[in-house]
Ligand binder design. Structure first.
Ligand code: PEP
Ligand code: MG
Length: 575
């Protein structure tokens, strides 16, 4: 008989395969002491296990380099950094030395201490580091037990069912034949989910009873869109899902053919379709998928996982790489949106904000600490000779901030010219509208900027007072809430009146149905994650704006989600 389980779909697609149960991501540890005289041997045992894991990760890293996206490789770096850092090994060695704990016990105690410490941290980014600690220590414990998780026979197509999976293990299992992933724990932003999305592995998290109800070798279907697992499916369900799977594969092939088509609507309106990227490697991927430029480069990645700040030279190198990979197309460089506590390179005396979302971050930090901001601006201005750059200022809430940033940019431009450095004459500067106050006064920015950008990820958070990282209130995080749509529509109208481009670069634009709605509201510049570029282009090519504009305006008056869904469906039906 079939069995159905529900979780959260975190990576779309259908997978069909046999269950592989991975119990005990954290191997069970028995509390025991070493015998007298075994101290040195025990310390050697734990350090050798750590080195073995480092070697294993390094080998995997070099095997996969250039085969998986850069943001995934970043997980390897953070795990390696953690393993090589003395703050991981020293307390473990101390516990062995002072308390005579066996290595396993010492590791488990240190892991629990670290996880408890991270759990008390407000900042969601740092809180996520607890997952890194658990992953890394689990690997060392497996190494110590000599009980590495068993591998599948090559050619097996299987679905991993487990508590949670470390990024490196997701990649390794995919190589070995994993077609789908079901985790009992984690959410949309857990590492396993991020990696699965990036590698297009259908995945579900939060399927709590999966480890108890599914058995090794069971046939299962994983629907990563709906979050459903069907175990021991009957012939009809199997046939149905195979059909869906085939049509999804066909769709992927069709989308590939759109790569070089201009993003023009049926009624001949040209849309600028750009990409949101975090690294130069993402930019290469975006270009490969036909992006017309970069609408958002999140420069934060440069400041993370390190104890110092990137200097002007290092940043210049990265910005130049980005520009070169885009071959003359525009690149929008967002100045850093970081805060003390998020980046360890920031001066230690800066207090960590109690509420980072509302604290000294983004442009606020940059303007109050010009010594941190200036190297970034100098690097951006110097990169302008390699290709067309646009500078984007995040977290703006008033005009004074824009004027101060512009004055600083102009001063640095003059200093560079005085010191015989080349700088392009026409660097565009824009504000990122992500605070409702900025949306409400967008008309006041217009005389001082060359373009406006809308960051819906934060605009939704601040408009609706819903923490974008807090699972408990995700049901309220509604990018189509009438208040959010009204603000977006007002900013688009402001740009139109002033004849200045408005680029929407939050995740909202990635949904093809919503993309149509936004086109109907007058949006002409979109920036989306590279993986959504072709879907969004397809939506643009199928849209006749003249036919949907009045319907799209009705969305501003939809007071319920149900009405909004019906309206979005009708926007698709127009063709
Ligand atoms: C946004 O807030 O929508 C945005 C584009 O920036 P980020 O997601 O990096 O906060
Ligand atoms: Mg933002």
């Amino acid at each position: 008989m079939s069995l159905m389980l529900n979780g959260t779909g975190v990576s779309r697609g259908i997978a069909i395969g046999r269950v592989r149960l991975l119990h005990e991501i954290q191997p069970r540890v028995v509390a025991s002491h070493i015998r007298p005289g075994e101290l040195n041997q025990e310390i050697k045992r734990v350090t050798s296990a750590m080195h073995a894991v480092i070697t294993e990760l390094r080998e995997l890293e070099s095997k996969l380099k250039n085969k998986v996206p850069a943001e995934i490789m970043a997980f390897f770096d953070s795990h390696l950094l953690m393993l090589e850092d003395q703050t991981l090994s020293q307390p473990v060695i101390e516990l062995i030395r002072k308390n005579q704990y066996v290595s396993e016990w010492a590791l488990a105690v240190h892991r629990d201490n670290l996880v408890a410490m991270f759990a008390n941290i407000e900042d969601p980014y740092l809180r996520q580091r607890a997952e890194d600690v658990e992953n890394v220590i689990a690997k060392v414990l497996h190494e110590l037990s000599g009980n590495k998780q068993s591998k599948a026979k090559p050619d097996d197509e299987y679905v991993v069912v487990t508590q949670n999976l470390a990024p490196a293990d997701v990649i390794e299992h995919q190589h070995d034949g994993m077609r789908g992933l079901v985790c009992t724990h984690g959410g949309k932003m857990s590492h396993a989910a991020i990696v699965a999305r990036s590698l297009r592995i259908p995945a579900i998290t939060g399927a709590h009873p999966a480890l108890d109800l599914l058995h090794e070798g069971d046939e299962v279907i994983v629907d990563g869109a709906t979050g459903m697992v069907v175990a021991s499916p009957d012939a009809r369900s199997l046939e149905h899902y195979r059909r869906v799977q085939r049509s999804e594969r066909k769709r992927t092939r069709e989308l590939k053919a759109l790569r070089d088509k201009p993003a023009r609507t049926r009624d001949n309106v040209q849309i600028e379709l750009l990409a949101n990227v975090d690294t130069p490697a993402d930019a290469t991927e975006a270009r490969r998928l036909g992006a017309e430029g970069i609408g958002l480069f999140r420069s934060e990645a440069l400041y993370l996982n390190r104890d110092d700040l990137p200097d002007e030279r290092e940043q210049l190198g990265i910005y130049r790489r980005l520009l070169r990979s885009m071959h003359g197309r525009p690149v929008t460089l967002r100045t850093m949106d970081i805060w003390p506590g998020m980046s360890h390179g920031l001066p230690q005396h800066l207090p960590v904000p109690e509420h980072p979302a509302l604290g000294l971050r983004g442009i606020r930090l940059c303007l109050t600490h010009p010594e941190i901001f200036e190297p970034q601006l100098r690097a951006m201005l110097r990169a302008s000779t390699t290709g067309p750059i646009r500078i984007l200022l995040p977290m703006i809430s008033n005009v004074t901030e824009v004027l101060a940033a512009r004055t600083m940019i102009e001063r640095i431009r003059r200093e560079l010219i005085d010191s015989k450095r080349d700088v392009a004459p026409d660097i565009q500067v824009g504000v990122l509208i992500e605070v409702p106050a900025a949306a409400l006064i967008s008309r006041m920015f217009v005389p001082h900027v060359d373009f406006l950008a809308i960051g819906t990820n934060d605009l939704v958070q601040y408009t609706l007072a819903v923490d974008r990282e807090d699972d408990e209130v995700q049901y309220l995080y509604d990018p189509l809430h009438p208040a959010v749509l009204q603000l977006i529509s007002d900013v688009i109208a402001t740009g139109k009146r002033a004849d200045k481009p408005v680029i929407l670069c939050g995740e909202l634009a990635s949904d093809p149905r919503v993309c149509r709605l936004l086109l109907g509201l007058g949006l002409r510049h979109l920036s989306v994650h590279p993986s959504s570029l072709l879907e969004v282009k397809d939506a643009i090519l199928r849209t006749d704006i003249s036919k949907i504009a009045s319907r799209a305006r009705k969305a501003l008056g939809c007071e319920s989600r149900g009405r909004m869904e019906r309206l979005l469906d009708r926007l698709i039906d127009h063709d």
